[in-house]
Design a protein around this ligand. Structure first.
Ligand SMILES: NC(=O)c1ccc[n+]([C@@H]2O[C@H](COP(=O)([O-])OP(=O)(O)OC[C@H]3O[C@@H](n4cnc5c(N)ncnc54)[C@H](O)[C@@H]3O)[C@@H](O)[C@H]2O)c1
Length: 245
């Protein structure tokens, strides 16, 4: 039996990038995956489905409560349950470079709306259906930038980690754990343009290379599998030892 066989998993921000890879890996591990994104999800959902299980693409805007509730309604109709939510949807491109003095209002507002409020709203919508099943695993996504980056990106991801603790405390008594991964710079097809700058950043890591989506997924899978049954409210830093001094 595959490790997530029979599980229903939502991965947000899964039309491309890391989320797309997570969706495919979950499908390879036997899960029925909901590929959720504000972008067109058809190709990523077809890719996940080609791994065997029944996977669906659902367009959702994680900043919009109605859109999220509609997604949960579709998941209920299609699968009747929800076991795992990976709050992966996030904005990062250009946010660090914008700094604070010159950070445009739209950029500031969008970063908080997607990275923080989007994570909160998806959590709020997922808990009732998970509670019905008496089981839930929620993994939020932060970043190595949460440690010491005083720009809007690092700030939002720092809040995601603190918020993970509050979420975990509120749902621990109904079979739901909430944890977070904080990835370092990691490779997937859309990251190629970023890798030149990444070389300089990873030179300061204990392990001097970029990570892979598979390595990040294995941390998520651990937290969602039996190994994570008594782990909640934690942030696992999957970053090759970035920022350990
Ligand atoms: N790529 C890395 O090296 C890295 C490192 C640390 C943390 N992260 C985090 O991992 C996550 C994924 O990063 P990525 O590099 O794959 O990003 P990406 O930009 O390639 O993909 C993010 C996805 O989120 C979706 N999205 C954005 N706004 C949305 C909304 N309102 N509703 C629904 N979907 C929305 C986008 O459409 C996109 O498909 C992000 O949270 C990011 O901050 C990435």
């Amino acid at each position: 039996m595959k490790r997530f066989e029979g599980r229903v998993v939502i991965v947000t921000g899964a039309a491309r990038g890391l989320g797309r890879d997570y969706a495919r890996y979950f499908a390879q591990d036997g899960a029925n995956v909901v590929v959720a994104d504000v972008r067109d999800t058809r190709s990523a959902a077809a890719e996940a489905s080609s791994e065997g299980p029944h996977c669906v693409g659902i367009e959702v805007d994680v900043t919009d409560r109605g859109s999220i509730e509609s997604m949960i309604g579709k998941v209920r109709a299609e699968f009747g349950r929800l076991d795992i939510l990976v709050n992966n949807a996030g904005l990062w491109r250009g946010l660090a470079e914008a700094g604070l003095i010159n950070c445009p209002d739209e950029m500031w507002d969008a970063a908080w709306a997607v990275n923080v409020t989007g994570t909160l709203k998806c959590f709020q919508a997922a808990v009732p259906i998970m509670r019905e099943g008496g089981f839930g695993r929620i993994v939020n996504v932060s970043s190595m930038a949460s440690r010491n980056s005083g720009n809007v990106y690092g700030l939002t991801k720092n809040v995601v980690e603190r918020m993970t603790q509050g979420m975990a405390r509120e749902v621990g008594d109904c079979g739901i754990t909430v944890n977070c991964i904080a990835p370092g710079i990691s490779a997937f097809e859309a990251a190629q343009g970023q890798l030149e700058a990444a070389e300089a950043i990873v030179a300061g890591n204990a392990i001097k290379r970029v990570g892979t989506s598979r390595e990040l997924y294995e941390a998520i899978a651990y937290l969602c599998g039996m190994g994570g049954d008594w782990i909640t409210g934690q942030t696992v830093r999957v970053d090759g030892g970035a920022g350990i001094g």
